[in-house]
Every structure is written in structure tokens, then in C-alpha cells.
Design a protein around this ligand. Structure first.
Ligand code: 13P
Ligand code: SF4
Length: 331
């Protein structure tokens, strides 16, 4: 199967891009892997006219938005459950609620885990996109606008950025009107179900079991967890950090299982890298794509009948591009 994939992708000049959360079988055949920022930057700069994107929908959309002349296909149109927690109508309802609280002048930031329509809305309000790897830089820029910040859709990332900057945060629709009015960063009530699995109890368990163990987490984890971690970063930053450690250094990592499982080989037969949870933290939609799906799509391309192409409304894509390009400029 791998030989067929290699042959077809070469014949049609296809670049296969995959997020780090993909199954091992996908990561092994990919031409390009990375975190959300790297994937959107590198895949859109590639010279290949066709991208076969293994990941979730917002990632494939980001590549299409940044390079509209490329054809972007996904073997499975898998959806990030967090990105599905907001659409343009929920964005409008949130704006109405903010206005009813007397907040009409705000600076919106959308996490890249959101669809093109939401990014376009954010662009309409003069806002910007961020990813987990550049969120601090984007927040620094946003804070200079001297407005309240509306951060969407991940309340955890928003709360973590507020804590990092010593600012007040509140969650719209969850916290009181007064709390929202007093907050510097107002967060939309979205979250990642996978990163909700990591808890302070997990950290305490590992610290009690292994003296000197390091705790490394993704910023989509709850604020109590992030506060207690030794290192917080995007998937790419986590990989670099863990792989730079001495092999005997034990580490417990709070992010998706496939990534953690591939991080390091045991040292002297002893496990040195742990998943920071007693429950397997699998992203179900990231795991949907299989090698067979990749081959099926390449064979369909060969027959001239490809499917699952990312197609976007031109006006929406142009607006979303503004918010994404602003992010690129700032990061
Ligand atoms: P990264 O940008 O860090 O790869 O994160 C994407 C994501 O969906 C994490 O759950
Ligand atoms: Fe979305 Fe969470 Fe899966 Fe990342 S791990 S793609 S945020 S559902």
C-alpha cells in the first residue's frame, strides 16, 4: 500500500501534510508534519499544486485560505470538536450578549481551531487569528489596542493567556454579567474535550510517584493544570522540549496520545515518557484517517474523480485570509 501511495503522490505532484496527532501509519508516509502554525505556513508555501491534508477540517481550510490556487483534499473531512462549538451565528449571538452588557468596543482573537466563517467574522471586527505556538505574541499585540479582548473559541487558552499576563478573565455565558464587565479577556465557552482529561490529581500522582519528573502540557488544558506544569507549549514546542531532555529525565505529557506515544524510546529498558492521564487521551476525529483512506483518495485522483476537496466561499475566504495573514505578520 505504501509503494502505491508513493507512486501516486509522485505522479500527481501531491504533498501529503499531517498533524502530529495523526496515527503512526500516517505520520510515517507524510511529507510534512507540524503544529497548526507550521502546517498552514509550510503547506501553503509548498510548490505542489495539490495538498492531501491529514488532520481536522480547520487545518485543511487554513491551507486553502492561505493558498487559494492550490487544490486541498482531505482523506477524511474530520472535525475538531472545539471548532464545532462556534459558528458565525454563535459569534453574532456572543456579540449581541456583549453589547447587552455594554461592551461594544472589543478586540477579537480567534484560535485557529475555528472555521473560515468565524475567522471572517473576526476579520470584520479588525481582529486576528492565533495558534497555540504564537498566542502570547498575538496577545501582546492585542493588549496594545487598549480594548477588552474577546477570545474564542477556547476558554482554556484564553484563561491561560490572561493568567500569564496577570489579567482578569471571565467566560461569556458562564460567569456573571459583572465578572464579564470586569474582565480584561472575555472568553467564549468552548473547550477541547481531549485536553479536559488532564487534571491536577494526575500531576500530583506523577509527582508523588517519580521525584523530579517534569510535567509538560498543551495550553488547551484547564488553567489549574497549566499553572502547575513545568513547560507549556504547542505540539511542536512540546516535541522539541521533550526530545531535548536527557534520556533518563522522566516526563509526563498532557496532550494527545499518538504524539506522546511517539516521543521517546525507553531508557535502559525503563519508561521515561508518560501520558499525563489514566484515561487514554485520543482525539477521535484525528484518529479517523487511515492509510487506506489516503490511498483511496489518491486512486480517485488518478481516475479523475477526487472527492473531499476543501472549497470555500470566495468572500469568506478573503476575509479569513486577512485575519490569518495578520497573524503570520505578527508571529
Ligand atoms: P497545535 O497547534 O499545538 O498543533 O494544536 C492543535 C490542536 O488542535 C491541539 O489540540
Ligand atoms: Fe480539536 Fe481537541 Fe482534537 Fe485538537 S485535540 S483537534 S482541539 S478536538
Amino acid at each position: 500500500m505504501i509503494e502505491k501511495i508513493k507512486h501516486l503522490k509522485q505522479k500527481h505532484n501531491v504533498l501529503i501534510a499531517a498533524h502530529f496527532y495523526q496515527r503512526d501509519e500516517i505520520v510515517e508516509i507524510t511529507d510534512l508534519s507540524g503544529d497548526s502554525l507550521e502546517l498552514s505556513q509550510k503547506a501553503s508555501c509548498a510548490t505542489n499544486p495539490i495538498i492531501l491534508f491529514c488532520g481536522v477540517g480547520f487545518m485543511g481550510q487554513s491551507v486553502k485560505i492561505l493558498s487559494p490556487n492550490k487544490r486541498v483534499f482531505m482523506p477524511k473531512i474530520a472535525c475538531c470538536s472545539m471548532a464545532r462549538m462556534i459558528d458565525d451565528s454563535y459569534f453574532d449571538k456572543s456579540v449581541e450578549l456583549l453589547r447587552s452588557y455594554g461592551i461594544s468596543d472589543f478586540f477579537p482573537i480567534t484560535y485557529i481551531n475555528s472555521n473560515a466563517e468565524v475567522k471572517a467574522k473576526v476579520a470584520d471586527f479588525g481582529g486576528v487569528v492565533c495558534t497555540s505556538s504564537n498566542a502570547s505574541k498575538i496577545m501582546d499585540y492585542a493588549l496594545k489596542q487598549n480594548k477588552k479582548i474577546f477570545f474564542l473559541p477556547d476558554r482554556c487558552l484564553g484563561e491561560n493567556l490572561a493568567a500569564q499576563n496577570g489579567l482578569k478573565s471571565a467566560v461569556l455565558g458562564l460567569d456573571t454579567k459583572e465578572a464579564v464587565q470586569n474582565a480584561d479577556i472575555i472568553c467564549y465557552n468552548g473547550f477541547c474535550s481531549v485536553h479536559q482529561l488532564f487534571s491536577v490529581q494526575d500531576i500530583e500522582f506523577f509527582r508523588a510517584k517519580y521525584k523530579d519528573i517534569l510535567i509538560v502540557v498543551h495550553p488547551e488544558c484547564p488553567k489549574e493544570v497549566v499553572k502547575k506544569a513545568d513547560f507549556v507549549g504547542s505540539t511542536s514546542q512540546i516535541i522539541k522540549f521533550v526530545q531535548s531532555l536527557k534520556p533518563e529525565q522522566k516526563v509526563a505529557v498532557g496532550t494527545e496520545f499518538n504524539l506522546v506515544n511517539r516521543l521517546r524510546a525507553p531508557y535502559n529498558g525503563e519508561q521515561n515518557t508518560f501520558v499525563l492521564s489514566s484515561t487514554k487521551p485520543e482525539c477521535p476525529t484525528m484518529n479517523e484517517t487511515t492509510l487506506q483512506d489516503v490511498l483511496n483518495l489518491l486512486e480517485a485522483l488518478e481516475k479523475g474523480e477526487p472527492y473531499n476537496e476543501i472549497l470555500l466561499d470566495v468572500k469568506v475566504a478573503l476575509k479569513a485570509k486577512r485575519a490569518l495573514e495578520k497573524m503570520m505578520e505578527l508571529s
